[in-house]
Design a protein around this ligand. Structure first.
Ligand code: B12
Ligand code: SF4
Length: 490
């Protein structure tokens, strides 16, 4: 009997400190779609569900009929470490079983991963077509042929990654997942919310960004028609009341966004949704944002990156500080809850911290309800700024094991010192909220009249701290800890 099974594994990601939950693994679900259409028996295993022993027995039961095993990984969260442990488990049971790594991390470090004897092939970029071709080649015993998008253990990179129109792929085979386990409550989007990804890549060329390295400033998406059909099916089947779009940049094509929003209104979907955008995506749609908002848009994630124009220019962000202010004003006008993200520690930029902290205060003055998150620049192989980072002394991990330990949340670059890192974290995690308290913060400190009065006094002090960027002797943090019993950060 010819082997007909493919197992796809998504290792667990450590979520703390910033991600409280996991979502449906659309990475392996996408790769599965053409194989399901070819009547292959595809099994998806998601480490996030914590069924490790069950997963191992599924592997044991199906290995004899297996063509190959695919493993998906991204940077951080110890996902690569678990991916390698999983591969070791498989190779112990079946040393000749081909193991294929794919996903955002293998895409940018294919040769490094192939240093490991546990990895036989790496698929870079969009995985649907190359993986399907590879599976069929292995099945037919001709895996030695060159398959575009597949890097082999001989270290051969076959052309640039494949990037095809996404509408030609069969629908996501949702039936392979236990959907109920991925439906969650979301503060902004509803009680029964699921994730969905409708596009890949991004046309912008931000110098630090993974999408540039992986998709070379290209963007492909599902049509609005396809999204509406698929989301309606999900809504009917699972009673969803919200969808969280995890596209890197959902708002690239204004016509598609409008068609989608009009379709939601016409079909009376009554669904909340949230998505990410470049600031210019919102500015371009400013005149239509009322309609888009009324279709259910209730959450935006926007990468503003910096309050320093020099930094925005240097990273080729494609927008100005003024554009970022206009974007915040548009969101405030339509009362769309938004998170704005920033990156500090860009290599080759003199000081991006102070202008960024000041800019964040300006944004908060526009609407207190905005969330902000500051990240430290993390050099990614293949991105335009990576060479500059190396030139300035950054030493990237060199082996699969070193990449396994990579912590995205700690500043990795030698030009940012511990004092600067601490200042940013104190501002981001505490002082910004102290000065512009969101509701959860107010609830925490409003225990009694004494705490409320002390807070009002301390707030004046914090105003001065933020004005002069003086974060030594953080008395207010001790006070906050005493009043609320909560630690601000480790
Ligand atoms: C959802 C998500 C998460 C979830 C985890 C996944 C989950 N299911 O729960 C959460 C929220 C926990 C998360 C966390 C993080 N994430 Co995240 N995340 C995403 C996001 C937004 C969507 C992933 C997705 O579903 N994509 C849709 C599918 C279809 O695309 P895909 O995964 O790329 O899969 C395609 C190919 O890669 C390939 N492929 C994928 N797997 C496989 C496997 C095989 C065998 C093959 C052949 C091919 C293949 O084929 C697929 C179809 O074409 C992506 C951005 C994005 N839009 O992709 C970032 C992304 C994956 N995250 C990223 C990062 C940096 C992180 C964090 C480190 C930090 C952060 N700020 O987000 C943390 C990690 C946690 C930690 N503690 O350190 C980066 C990864 C960069 C890299 N090179 O690895 C991405 C790409 C965002 C970005 N543009 O920078 N993330
Ligand atoms: S707009 Fe966002 S997704 Fe697009 S290249 Fe810039 S950072 Fe990356």
């Amino acid at each position: 009997m010819k082997r007909n099974t493919v197992i796809l594994y998504h290792p667990k990601v450590d979520f703390e400190p910033y991600y409280p939950c996991y979502w449906a693994p659309l990475s392996i679900l996408s790769v599965a779609s053409p194989l399901v259409a070819q009547n292959k028996n595809v099994i998806l295993l998601d480490g996030n569900l914590g069924d490790d022993e069950k997963d191992k027995s599924i592997i044991r039961e199906n290995l004899d009929n297996c063509i190959c095993i695919g493993v998906s990984t991204m940077i951080g969260g110890r996902q690569l470490e678990r991916a390698l442990n999983f591969a070791a488990f498989v190779k112990k049971l079946s040393p000749r079983m081909p193991i294929v790594f794919g996903g955002p991390l293998p895409t940018i470090i294919p040769e490094t991963l192939l240093l490991s004897p546990l990895v036989d092939f790496v698929v870079r970029g969009q995985g649907e077509k190359p993986f399907s071709d590879l599976v069929n080649a292995i099945k037919n015993g001709c895996e030695d042929q060159n398959i575009p998008g597949v890097t082999t253990s001989r270290g051969e990179i076959n052309g640039s990654p494949i990037f095809l129109d996404k509408n030609q792929f069969p629908p996501y085979p949702w039936e392979l997942l236990e959907i109920e386990r991925y439906i969650r409550q979301d503060k902004y989007l509803g009680k029964r919310v699921m994730n969905y990804v409708s596009s890949q890549g991004c046309p912008y060329k931000c110098g630090y960004c993974n999408e540039v390295a992986s998709f070379n400033c290209r963007w492909k998406s599902f049509s609005a028609h396809r999204m509406l059909n698929e989301i309606q099916e999900l809504k009917k089947g699972y009673g969803l009341d919200g969808v969280k779009f995890y596209d890197s940049n959902f708002f690239v094509n204004p016509r598609r966004v409008l068609e989608f929003s009009e379709g939601l209104l016409r079909g009376d979907f009554r669904l909340s949704w949230g998505a990410s955008s470049h600031p210019k995506g919102i500015i371009k749609l400013a005149d239509n944002l009322g309609l888009i908002r009324s279709s259910g848009l209730n959450r935006l994630l926007i990468g503003m990156e910096s309050g320093s124009q020099a930094s925005l220019d240097y990273i080729s962000k494609g927008c100005t500080v003024e554009d970022n202010v206009i974007t915040a004003e548009i969101c405030a006008r339509h009362k769309i809850p938004a998170t704005f993200t920033f990156i500090v520690g860009i290599p080759g930029v003199e000081d991006d911290i102070v202008p960024t902290l000041e800019f964040i205060l300006k944004i908060k003055r526009i609407w207190n309800e905005f969330d902000v998150k500051i990240h430290f620049y993390a050099p990614m192989p293949g991105t335009p700024l990576f060479g500059k980072a190396i030139e300035l002394g950054y030493k990237p991990p060199g082996t699969p094991e070193e990449w396994s330990r990579y912590d995205y949340y700690i500043a990795q670059t030698p030009w940012l010192n511990k004092g600067q890192e601490k200042k940013v974290r104190m501002f981001d995690d505490f002082y910004c909220n102290f000065l512009f308290p969101p509701q959860w913060f107010i609830d925490l400190i409003s225990r009694n009249i004494f705490s409320r009065t002390t807070y009002s006094l301390l707030r004046k002090l914090v105003g001065l701290r933020c004005k002069f960027h003086f974060y030594c002797f953080p008395y207010e943090m001790n006070w906050f800890r005493k009043i609320t019993g909560k630690k601000v950060f480790d």
